[in-house]
Write a protein that binds this ligand. Sequence first.
Ligand SMILES: C[S@@+](CC[C@H](N)C(=O)[O-])C[C@H]1O[C@@H](n2cnc3c(N)ncnc32)[C@H](O)[C@@H]1O
Length: 357
Amino acid sequence: MLPDLNDRQAILTADPGFAALALAELDQALGAPLSPPPQLAPGIWLASLPVSFGELAEQWRQHPPIFVRHLCPAQVALPRPSAASLAETIRAQFVARLDPSQSFSVQTRLLAETDYKPFDVNSALAALLVAESGAVLDVRQPQQVVSVVVAVAPGRGAPVRTAYLGLSLACHNLSDWAGGVRRFRREAGQISRAEFKLLEALEQFRIELPPRGTALDLGAAPGGWTRVLRQREQYVTAVDPAGLHPSLAPDKGVRHKRLTAEAYLAEGPDSYDLIVNDMRLDARDSARLMVAYAPYLYYPHGAALITLKLPETGRETILDHSFHILRQVYTVAGARQLFHNRSEITVYLKPLRPAAG
Ligand SMILES: C[S@@+](CC[C@H](N)C(=O)[O-])C[C@H]1O[C@@H](n2cnc3c(N)ncnc32)[C@H](O)[C@@H]1O
């Protein structure tokens, strides 16, 4: 018989700057305020839950939080982990629990000093699990994840380095990536770091762009999002009073409207398959502009992406107000504080059926 695991302990991760909002989401999901869980590192909490990990994870799978970026179970706590004791614990606790018919990956985060690197742990434990369970390793899109988080255990007394281990379905972790950290490789020709935001949003919300579709990029300069959309064969109208990167100038698939979004609206825009908006603007003003642009989005397949910039104070009120504005004409199909978002969130919108007449 396999020994019981602690199924009421989880590790949550969020941007440290959004800690209060992330913990409020946990309270809301649990239906009661939890005393703030101890931190393993800034923005990483070890939470003892009043429900099972599976119950919380399933609730969040169906209604994902915005600010909690990653969730994983901490079913086993292994003090003073060495490479050998980690392997032994994985063999004893997880080999028989891994579903051999589903792919898996090992995701390691080291939040305390160790003499090994995440890659060493991932590859050693993955090799062991492949050999002993027969499950297939898939690092990019695993169906199951073995999470390993090494941190100094919270609490009084002498600090003890501890490994927290857990096995979960990847769809229960809120992200396919360890700690929700989704990195992309820098490319030659990249125009802005903002490109990563769009790449992450397209992946996170599983957005399929129509072949040779039309896209409107509001607040496009210097042109990173426009470049990403062009790579996906979209014809792009880039709206921004600022200039675009010279590398975009020869591209016949890019039309630069050197205007504000307000001025282009007054001009009478074309219709689009996709509208993206990364304008540096108050979130509520940006939301109002998206509402004004909704008639220029094809229905029903059209989609929109907007980043809502959140200042230091009054974030919840601003966010609630912005959602209220957007919901006049859109369904919020997704909203996340992505790894590449700084003081903002990314919202994925689908148009509501336009009013007749
Ligand atoms: C963060 S940058 C966009 C970066 C872009 N997504 C990229 O990947 O390169 C914000 C842009 O919003 C533009 N902007 C701000 N207010 C605007 C408005 N009312 N209409 C159009 N663009 C606006 C600014 O000129 C600025 O270039």
